[in-house]
Design a protein around this ligand. Structure first.
Ligand code: GLN
Length: 203
């Protein structure tokens, strides 16, 4: 039975732990290199990616996570987690000391942070994910503005609004999965179910 870890430095990691537990999986918070060493698959939660970046470096987790991802560990990132899995950021945060936000990387894509506007512009939308129609919650959400040839686009924003229609909000590359939206908030199980399948080698 795989052991799932949820990166628990900042953001809504408790919701991801609950989502995985409700589906019958064993999931533990990851805060140290020792925690990381025990797990078979990692979820990176929504939150604030520049904070997750900074804390993961302070806790000495950034390089070990990069290495595990490079070695093939399955990983799923929602929202800020999607940003952390991007190889490239179009608009990284720049701190007052001029430090530029970094990511763990792994998915050959360029991500634009806060692509759908600011906090007040959070919205919900029904969209298709691998044939499942689900409610997607977007909160200062990113989008993939460019994806490489090995990246499968799973979901785009539907609808008639030309300013959002067709924008890429769920992708997969090998064992790595990322969504702009928060299934851990809306309670749609389909994304976690799919990630569990990826982890078990069934998808
Ligand atoms: N805008 C946030 C960031 O840049 C992501 C928001 C979220 O995870 N809900 O990290």
């Amino acid at each position: 039975m795989p052991l799932f870890g949820v990166l628990a430095l900042q953001g809504d990691f408790r919701e991801h732990l609950a989502s995985l537990t409700e589906l019958g999986e064993v999931a533990v918070p990851v805060r140290t290199v020792e925690d990381l060493g025990r797990i078979d698959a990692l979820v990176i939660p929504g939150g604030e990616s520049s904070v997750i970046d900074r804390l993961s470096r302070i806790y000495g987790l950034a390089d070990p996570i990069r290495q595990r991802i490079a070695d093939g560990m399955p990983a799923y990132g929602s929202c800020a987690g999607m940003i952390m899995l991007a190889d490239r950021l179009e608009n990284p945060a720049v701190a007052s000391n001029s430090a530029v936000q970094e990511t763990f990387g792994g998915i050959d894509m360029t991500v634009r942070r806060n692509a759908f506007g600011r906090q007040v512009d959070s919205f919900e939308n029904r969209l298709d994910f691998n044939g499942v129609n689900l409610e997607a919650v977007f909160i200062r959400a990113p989008e993939a503005v460019q994806v490489g040839p090995d990246v499968e686009v799973i979901s785009t924003v539907p609808g008639a609004d030309p300013s959002s229609r067709g924008r890429i909000v769920a992708v997969r590359q090998g064992n790595l999965l990322a969504t702009s939206f928060h299934p851990e908030v809306s309670g749609s199980a389909a994304i976690h179910e799919f990630f569990i399948k990826i982890t078990r080698g069934d998808a």
